[in-house]
Structures are given as C-alpha cells and as structure tokens.
Design a protein around this ligand. Structure first.
Ligand code: PAF
Length: 282
C-alpha cells in the first residue's frame, strides 16, 4: 500500500501521538524527495529499528545558497509515494513551504558552528545552518526516537550528531552506508541531471576516493596527490575539495595523524555539484 501523505501539522501530531500512545518506537527519515535506492536503504533501516516510520519530503529553501539550484531541485512527490509502497512507512510528511515557514525565512537559526563553514559549507555559505534549522524543526514536529541519515552526506551527519549532543536532544541518530551504482557512483537525487558524458566524468569522485585509500600507506600528501590525479582526464569535472578529516572533529588531519579518517570529496560536474566520501586508516 502507498503510504498516506500528510501536509498539515495537526494531522501529523495526531498520527505520531497515537503511535506513541500505542507504545510504538518512532523513526524519522528526513529527505528532500526524488527518492532512490539510497533513500530506500534509509527507510529499510528505519523499519528495522522502529515500529512507525515517518519519511519527510521537503525541499528546504533555507539550505540552498543559489536560487537556481533550489528551483531545479526535482520535486516528484507522487512517484516518491508510489516508490515507498509496501516499505513499512506509516506516513509521508510533505509540508508546504508556507506550513514550515509561515512567517517567511525563520529569524531563529541553528548554527552549525565552525565545521559548518568548511568543505560543503565553504562552497555553499549558510547551507548547514539552513539544513540544521529545518532538521531541528522536523525533530520538534515528529519527536522521533531515532532519525536516519545517509553516510553520503557525511559532513551533514556529523553536524546533525553534534547538534543532538550539544543540545541534549533525546534522539538517536543512525547513519546508513552509501548505496552505489555497480561502477561506484554514489546514488544522488542530482545524478539525474548528468549527461552521458558527465555521468562518465562523475566516476572521478569514487575513483579519487579509491586512489586515496590505495595509497594511504604512502602518507597523506602522496595519497591526496593520487586522489586529485583522478580528476585530470575529465574536462567537464572540476574538483572542489579533496580532504582527509578526523572522524570525531571533522577537522583536517594533521601530519603524522594515525588512525581512522574520513576522506571527503566534492566536484562540479557540468552544472551539477556532487559529493562523496569514504573511510581510510592512516
Ligand atoms: O539530506 C537531505 O536530504 C537534507 O539535507 C535534509 C536532511 C532532508 C534536510 O533538508
């Protein structure tokens, strides 16, 4: 069965309230829609750890730094609902912009702090504050026991975890591994914008991560050089950043760092921005 779509706050609160009264554990999967297998992996995880799963679908204007990017972001609510048929989802929470922001953009923002200005935050100013603000609103509206995020947006997952810890929010954050195409490309709602040639070029991201991992034993500088070399061949692909960070702080690792680290990469592929990441041991 296709899950019901709810767009008003009173109905959402009533539904969540009755699930809670029935003693059910509630999971929230926050998304912006255009659902793909990566999202369905989040939903499958949510259904395995909770009794009632709410998927939110809301393209959040606050987290877009460019109007053109917001305008072209895919909106496919009906198809998304059909794709969640028989997935165990109780309801799709799909509010309008007016419902989420009745007085226009919020005066109050949740700040993602210093890490929110790095990497994705440096290229998309205000993105993480806008993302955290809507996630805080979604958490307050649904009041889930657990919320599920994708590892593909590793910096986002780190920042959300940090907010939950810093503000003592009683919510468990689960992060689900990235789903990839057979050739390594990480699934993303933005992949649909790639031409056939750009789609080939987009493999530079996962190839760069593989190259950093393969040469990690040669030291940080060498590994990053090998990773950056993966971007040499593709005219349509422009590397934005390739960086190795400490998983606990998300700050760049210092020379001589030993242990697990996250490798983050972002590139502009034609008019589409893509990100990816992996974990290595230095
Ligand atoms: O990852 C996303 O799709 C969005 O950033 C999120 C978490 C749904 C907030 O708008």
């Amino acid at each position: 069965m296709t899950p019901q779509i709810i767009s008003d706050i009173a109905t959402l609160r009533a539904l969540v309230g009755s699930a809670r009264s029935a003693g059910e554990r509630i999971a929230l999967v926050p998304t912006m829609g255009a659902l793909h297998e990566g999202h369905r992996a989040l939903v499958a995880h949510a259904a395995s750890v909770a009794d009632a799963v709410i998927v939110s679908i809301f393209v959040n204007p606050l987290q877009f730094s460019e109007q053109a990017d917001l305008t072209r972001y895919p909106r496919t609510l009906e198809a998304d609902a059909v794709s969640l048929a028989d997935s165990g989802v109780l309801a799709i929470w799909a509010p309008s912009v007016e419902t989420m922001y009745p007085d226009g953009a919020t005066e109050t923002r949740v700040s993602a702090g210093h890490v929110g200005t790095l990497y994705e935050g440096a290229s998309r100013p205000g993105h993480f504050d806008g993302m955290l603000t809507v996630v805080a609103k979604l958490f307050n509206l649904v009041q889930p026991d657990v919320a599920v995020f994708g590892q593909k947006d590793a910096q986002q997952a780190h920042i959300v975890r940090r907010m939950v810890a810093d503000l003592n929010l009683p919510i468990e954050i689960d992060v689900v591994p990235t789903v990839r195409e057979a050739d390594g490309l990480a699934l993303s709602s933005r992949n649909r914008f790639l031409s056939a040639d750009e789609r080939r070029g987009a493999l530079a991201l996962s190839e760069a991560l593989g190259a950093v991992e393969a040469s990690a034993a040669s030291g940080l500088g060498e590994a990053l050089a090998e990773g950056a070399a993966a971007f040499g061949d593709h005219d349509a692909v422009k590397l934005d950043y390739l960086v190795v960070v400490e998983p606990k702080t998300f700050l760049p690792v210092s020379d001589g760092y030993r242990g697990e680290a996250a490798v983050l990469v972002a590139a502009q592929v034609g008019s589409t921005r893509l990100i990816d990441n992996t974990t290595i041991t230095l």
